[in-house]
Design a protein around this ligand. Sequence first.
Ligand SMILES: Cc1cc2nc3c(=O)[nH]c(=O)nc-3n(C[C@H](O)[C@H](O)[C@H](O)COP(=O)(O)OP(=O)(O)OC[C@H]3O[C@@H](n4cnc5c(N)ncnc54)[C@H](O)[C@@H]3O)c2cc1C
Length: 535
Amino acid sequence: MNNILALVRNVKIKCTFDSSEVLDCAAIKKALKILRSALHASFSESDAFVYKKSVDARDRGDILLVYTVAVSVPEEMLSKKVRGVDFLVMQNYDEMFLHSKKTESSPVVVGFGPSGMFCALVLAKAGLCPVVIERGADVDERAKKVDSYWKDGILDTETNVQFGEGGAGTFSDGKLLTRISDKLSGYVLSELVRHGAPKEIAYLAKPHIGTDNLRNVVKSIRKEIISLGGKVLFNTKLESICADASGRVTSVVLGNGEELKCDSLFLCIGHSARDTVKNLMSNNVSVLPKPFSVGVRIEHLQSDINDALYGDFAGAECLGAAQYTLSRKYGTRAVYSFCMCPGGTVVASASDKNQIVTNGMSYYARDGKNANSAIAVSVDTEDFGNTVEGAIRFQEDIEKRAYAVAGGDGTAPIQLLSDFFEGKAESAPDKIIPTYTGRVAVRNADDVFPKFITDGLRRGISDFDRDIKGFSCGSAVLTFPETRTSSPVRIPRNDKFLADGFLNLYPCGEGAGYAGGITSAAVDGIKAAICYLNN
Ligand SMILES: Cc1cc2nc3c(=O)[nH]c(=O)nc-3n(C[C@H](O)[C@H](O)[C@H](O)COP(=O)(O)OP(=O)(O)OC[C@H]3O[C@@H](n4cnc5c(N)ncnc54)[C@H](O)[C@@H]3O)c2cc1C
């Protein structure tokens, strides 16, 4: 196939109950017809593929699939002007990793979540043999430990839903949609596909991998890094950093007391390593507080969400399980849905003892009975005294109160939405059975959250009923608290991605405050690596 593509945009196909394959074929045929008549040339179906695909369900009676179809064309077509068609040269990403850097010791990457994985992958491809240190276990061992936490309440504070190979998103829905507009997002998706992710993630408007696929993909990325000369050390924690007077990090001290030399240090520690943030601050790394959000997980029947959003087309294979994004602004306070998991499960996600933290995940098939999402209320820096300690304490206090209120044995609090609106906690779930991966008890959210959070939730959830009929139905179930929606801190860096006062310290990903989600964290890790190659 040629590396020049004609992108035929806005090809619309009516949603039917035919298979996705049949509808994709219809879109390709329609696009080829447009191109043939515009260019007076012939192209075969084997030269064409779906480049992007989205759903337009604004009119539930006439749902459309909107495609961009790519057709491989000869180079001379690049200069053509055709309405609705763009010509583009396919990017050779590996050129970005060319460099002339010589190092005496390896770059060290802390954390093997999306930012650390992609940072290390780029460094490995560039021939710089990175050493990754990850406090948690490899994904197989991790899956066993997480299972044991969910079934028996035995939490390992180093290997859990937040920590371990693959990072925080390994037990997730694996949504890959990102708000950042960066060509590297395409690179991340193509690498995920190369490492075994379903190939449609490269073209769907709202791609997701599913926790089942993610576990294999992260393992495959690790194997490639190692095959290129890198090392990945699990159960190995960064304790502190050693820097010389010029601000050059020379080595890191590990949890077992050993010292590891490094040419440069990439901090890809995620949003839950509170202990590490404190240690870094005592090593003179500048850390600032930032706004974040907290709230609850809400569960509805997926079939009700499908009916509300897709009407008569609910259940069509090409649409899959319906998903939503909701938001409202009330003055300076935002209330919004976050990390919606169609056909998903609400998961126990604490990383420390005596805390309850919720989150959500789905398998690739998204075929569970319930739909869940976080409904979060924004928290401003003034709400916690504008300090790093205050930000962390704000999250921790809610997590600990939830733990205590529900019995102090790892049980999570739940509440029927009808009770929540009335400020009481009496009724057990009936129509919608909570999917939480641990024990639950009916409790009052007013006993867990500050008033501005529960006020915001009541107002937001009521108003969301205007967007999705039935969203505020009394039978919906709340499980709480959802506190880890984003990092409460930021590690400031300059335009070369270097931390304040350091010559070779690269804070990146979600924990440093530069990403929110799997794809953006991965992109940030790649950018940090590229900056290092060019610094
Ligand atoms: C249950 C769940 C579901 C989610 N679902 C989605 C989703 O569907 N889509 C999406 O885009 N995002 C989702 N997210 C958020 C997403 O996972 C994060 O945005 C993303 O993982 C951030 O990547 P990161 O590499 O910056 O940090 P992380 O993924 O958090 O990785 C940081 C890594 O650093 C390690 N680490 C921390 N401190 C140290 C130390 N001192 N020494 C050594 N290692 C250390 C940790 O163990 C961890 O593995 C979800 C998160 C959770 C918890």
